[in-house]
Design a protein around this ligand. Structure first.
Ligand SMILES: N[C@@H](CCC(=O)N[C@@H](CS)C(=O)NCC(=O)O)C(=O)O
Length: 214
């Protein structure tokens, strides 16, 4: 991807303000106190890799830095952490070395991917009634029930000396996005809502509220 001199002055997140994977990256940037600019991908149906920062998978987010372009939320968050002079204590997915926590992380990321598939199908005008769509919805509902049942104990099992964890950021971005994009009503998930209410007080969450870019 061709970088303008202005782009290289500070990191550029390539994404959308309405995207949950982008919000993960933006929350990390805020927590790491990294100044960045957001390059909005206007058309998610575009098949031009340049629109996605060069990502051949045609996905957002990407992060452009003086070292190159990083594809995907986790890569982006790690690089933001490396760029940070604060280097807060972050619990990463590979630190989750017991089933409850590791499965919670897997299910959150899978639910986010399922949500993307459901939303993109809608955007593309695919009819809602296919067996695969029904299976994706069932898997998503099952996953949300599992997360509701297990969130309190999983969050309590995170290392207490942390500043942030990828699990909490992704869980927050998932639950708030389900409601924002009208994918599933989240009111029944009291444990998840309690967690989100608490997390929403962070400046990084306030600054990255979902909205559709103009
Ligand atoms: N593995 C990627 C997944 C990113 C992803 O699915 N992003 C969505 C937006 S939230 C996207 O690019 N959707 C466009 C599409 O699926 O065509 C990550 O972790 O960042």
């Amino acid at each position: 991807m061709q970088a303008s001199p202005e782009d290289l002055a500070k990191p550029v997140i390539i994404g959308r303000s309405s995207s949950h994977f982008t919000r993960i990256a933006r929350i990390f940037a805020a927590e790491m106190r990294i100044d960045y600019s957001l390059r909005v991908v206007r058309d998610l149906m575009s098949s031009d890799t340049e629109d996605y920062g060069g990502n051949p998978g045609l996905k957002i987010p990407s992060l452009q830095t003086s070292r190159g372009v990083w594809f995907g939320a986790l890569n982006v968050c790690r690089e933001l952490w490396r760029l940070s002079s604060r280097r807060p204590r972050v619990v990463w997915p590979e630190d989750l070395d017991e089933p409850l926590l590791a499965n919670a992380q897997e299910l959150v990321l899978q639910a986010m991917a399922t949500e993307v598939a459901l939303i993109m199908a809608k955007v593309a005008g695919v009819a809602d009634g296919s067996a695969h769509q029904a299976k994706m919805r069932k898997g998503l509902v099952n996953t949300m029930s599992w997360l509701e049942e297990n969130a309190r104990s999983a969050l309590a099992a995170l290392p207490p000396q942390r500043d942030l964890s990828y699990l909490e950021v992704t869980l927050f971005c998932l639950v708030t996005h389900l409601e924002f994009r009208d994918v599933l009503p989240t009111a029944p998930y009291s444990a998840l809502n309690e967690f989100c209410q608490h997390f929403a007080a962070r400046t990084s969450a306030v600054e990255t509220t979902y909205r559709f870019d103009k």
